[in-house]
Design a binder for this molecule. Sequence first.
Ligand SMILES: [Zn+2]
Length: 404
Amino acid sequence: MECRVCGTATRMFLSLGETALANSYLSANEVERREMKFPLELSFCEKCKVVQLNHTVPPELLFKHYLYVTSTSNTFRQHFAQYAESIAKEFNLGKSSLAVDIGSNDGLLLKGFQKFGVKVVGIEPAANVAKIAADDGVETVNDFFNENVAKQIVAAKGHADVVTANNVFAHTDTIKDIAKNVKTLLKEDGIFVVEAAYLVDMLKDMTFDAVYHEHLFYYSLTALDYFFKNNGMQIFKVQHVPSHGGSLRVFVKKQESGREVDSSVAEMLDSEKGVVDNFETYRTFAAKVHDNRKKLVKLLAGIKSQGRSIAAYGAPAKATTLLSFCGIGKETIDYVVDDSPLKQGLFMPGSHIPIVSSAHLDSNQPDYILILAWNFAGEILKNTKKYADAGVKFIVPVPEPMVR
Ligand SMILES: [Zn+2]
């Protein structure tokens, strides 16, 4: 396929098969219908070093009715509160400042900015989630971020001091338009803060389940640096943060801004040399992914053959990738517990395993719990301590399947 960033022919290194859309949770009557499935394949671009999916699923299919609500998780609540605070303090944001969040979800990050008196506008295409934010006092434009929306905001509120984009930058093939429209929206010396899952962490921790159709790009700093330099902007600082199993937070300025470039940029670029720019890295990763699938399938089959029951905890998007790639379904997992009331009562895409509340663990106590939301493993293990005390065992699927 042709690289979405630079147009060069890319090299495929991993196929996870055809999978259902990871955030298309099904209602009871939808389970009976034929489900759409799309190939999930990863490619590497030798020229601009970006890792990306081969297939783009139309965004209308992916984001129309999105169930991923940020505030559901304590871990995320803390993450976004600290995120807003650190930016507000470092860049002296106050009453006269404007912050715009692209893909603002339920407005969690913007609420953090509001604590500092900052004026905020969210942009969120999922109508159900945008409404939650608006009802909660966060002004939200219910649309995809485009030139019109950028111009509307400038006309109504002036140019922004800070524009943030979390994960959305990995989730859309319109990143060139985003960069262009962010430049329209920003003040001359304004900053664009992008947070996206860090490719190097995925490679190191074997978190291949972070690959799903919404997630088009898998960034290293090397690839982001190339992208922004070719789109009139420049990264002037980078941080490595823990969200989503390890993410990059890059601070970007307009090319013409005189802001100084922090040493963190050169240091991380240096650390990536010979790793993210080398096709061999990806070939090795793919071999290990196939190996881990074998190990997990064998582990679960062993448990089932002893007549033991297995439930799962967490129904994030990544769970669909893991279950689908490993061919794990209802014959193995009795139910999936998720703490989001929006998902309870629905069924997992692809595998059609029912999603239930944690109360189910009391009425149908399993022998094993497979942790699918491994990025919240700490929180989950804490909340389920009484089951561990009662002898329930936990399986963590990454970096390598393990019972604990
Ligand atoms: Zn490229």
